[in-house]
Write a protein that binds this ligand. Structure first.
Ligand code: SDX
Length: 438
């Protein structure tokens, strides 16, 4: 699919009589049209100004579409609800990378290819030794993913489609191994090697929770829940970390380095770090009195001076309920029921908080709804994932989206290195004074 020129033009006029400028408009297959400003600076000597990219499309893409007003999320046209129910994570990876869901033969080949790349070079474990045992797993992951580029010189030419393909398989296959190693290191347990006779997500859960003393007996409900969490986090248009990967990759750097940049960006509490922050927020409310004290907390959030936000709420694009949050809440129910934790106080607190917020004018007027991070922490904690590892799990899942978006950019013959401009408001040219005159 490509951009379709619209019959409508945008005309830019200036009140000082400067010449008008016609700007072409392009239509996509769904969603807002775009005004093409690529020639604006050359013709007017002016830039546009949009620091948070609130009204800026950085690219055209065929991968993921979000309708924030209705709360819809499509991966290559398929609604997230259908993928989360009818597919597994590796099918979703195949879809994001190739544009179509795999048939049985294609799936078998893809699964075998990923399975055969799950081990990491034995040298990788020595990077971990440099970290303190209490290092945050995202600090470890940022280092480990970047370090992968030191081992695969046969697949670091991002302009080579074959290199892009094997690098994609290696990254998807090795992220679970690296996340499990980062976890084992922090708890002082030996690393568990991948086992090729397990499914992708069973393998991850075993590398996380098995020990040499006893093997991990997979619980099908928990494995399915983890796999669904991966699906829900796999891609999400041009979010901060995906835009970081695109900008980083646009310099021609290798895919491992570009994905490491995405890991670093995702760590932030306003982005992927929100799931850890949301659970810490719930634990804090619980410690300070639980459901009875929700009103006090909400009052703090409304007080701009408090700097307190309702973590797991709000979104730049969704101005309705994040469809992933709904699916995550359902997964919460399934996991907590399976584990006999129906009365989990954290889940009850989260649902009470959600109910109060969704009826409060402050949140309603700002269209603040639960996002993917609001419930994901509760279900991950119930599965046994430690809180500091939540964002590393997010990075594991998002790696396929980052790669698909990076490959789409590099595969576009029109792509250029990203180089934004600025509105300069600093000091005008001046001379350096000798030290005695400063
Ligand atoms: C993810 O982009 C993606 O797609 C990201 C993601 C993905 O899959 O890649 O979906 C994953 O990052 C989800 C978002 C996780 N972050 C959080 O849950 C952190 C809490 N949320 C906020 O930080 C905020 O909502 C953002 C960062 C998510 C969005 O911020 P925006 O779009 O810049 O909105 P804003 O800050 O301009 O907020 C608009 C108003 C402001 O109030 P006013 O100045 O109008 O009075 O809403 C308020 C904000 O103060 N507001 C909140 C709030 N979020 C926004 N107030 C309290 N609690 C919040 N969570």
């Amino acid at each position: 699919m490509s951009m379709t020129p619209s019959d409508v033009k945008a005309t830019l006029s200036f009140s000082d009589g400067s010449p008008n400028m016609d700007l072409p408009i392009y239509k996509g297959s769904i969603g807002p049209d775009v005004i093409d400003i690529r020639k604006l600076y050359a013709q007017t000597g002016k830039f546009t100004y949009d620091p948070g990219f609130l009204s800026t499309a950085s690219c055209n893409s065929t991968i993921t579409y979000i309708d924030g007003d209705v709360g819809e999320l499509l991966y290559r046209g398929y609604p997230i609800e259908q993928l989360a129910t009818n597919c597994d994570f590796l099918e979703t990876c195949y879809l994001l990378l190739n544009g179509e869901l795999p048939n049985a033969g294609q799936k078998e080949e893809f699964v075998e290819s990923v399975t055969n790349h799950t081990m990491v070079n034995e040298q990788m474990q020595f990077f971990l030794r440099g970290f303190r045992r209490d290092a945050h797993p995202m600090a470890v992951m940022t280092g480990l993913v970047g370090a992968l580029s030191a081992f695969y010189h046969d697949s670091t030419d991002i302009n080579n489609p074959e290199h892009r393909k094997i690098a994609a398989i290696r990254l998807i296959a090795k992220m679970p191994t690296l996340v499990a190693m980062a976890y084992k290191y922090t708890i002082g347990q030996p690393y568990v090697y991948p086992k090729n006779d397990l499914s992708y997500t069973e393998n991850f859960m075993r590398m996380m929770f098995a020990t040499p003393c006893e093997d991990y007996k997979p619980n099908e409900v928990l494995v399915r829940a983890m796999d669904r969490i991966f699906i829900l986090h796999a891609d999400h248009e041009q979010n901060a970390s995906t835009s970081t990967v695109r900008l980083c990759g646009s310099s021609g750097t290798n895919p491992f380095a570009a994905i490491a940049a995405g890991v670093a960006c995702l760590w932030g509490p306003a982005h992927g770090g929100a799931n850890e922050a949301a659970l810490n927020m719930l634990e804090e409310i619980q410690k300070n009195g639980g459901v009875e004290k929700i009103g006090d907390f909400i009052a703090q959030v409304k007080d701009k001076n408090s700097g307190v936000k309702l973590m797991g709420f709000g979104h730049r694009v969704y101005k309705n309920y994040d469809p992933r949050a709904k699916l995550m809440r359902e997964t919460c129910h399934e996991v907590l029921n399976e584990l006999g934790l129906q009365n989990d106080p954290m889940f009850k607190l989260a649902m009470a908080l959600e109910k109060i917020a969704l009826e409060d004018e402050y949140f309603v007027s700002r269209k603040l709804y639960p996002n993917v991070d609001f419930y994901s922490g509760i279900v991950q904690r119930a599965i046994g994932i430690p809180v500091p590892l939540f964002t590393a799990i997010f990075a594991l899942a998002r790696t396929v989206g980052w790669i698909a978006q990076l490959n789409e950019m590099i595969g576009d013959p029109e792509y250029k290195i990203g180089r934004p401009r600025q509105l300069f408001v600093g000091a005008e040219k001046r001379d350096v004074k000798p030290m005695a005159q400063r």
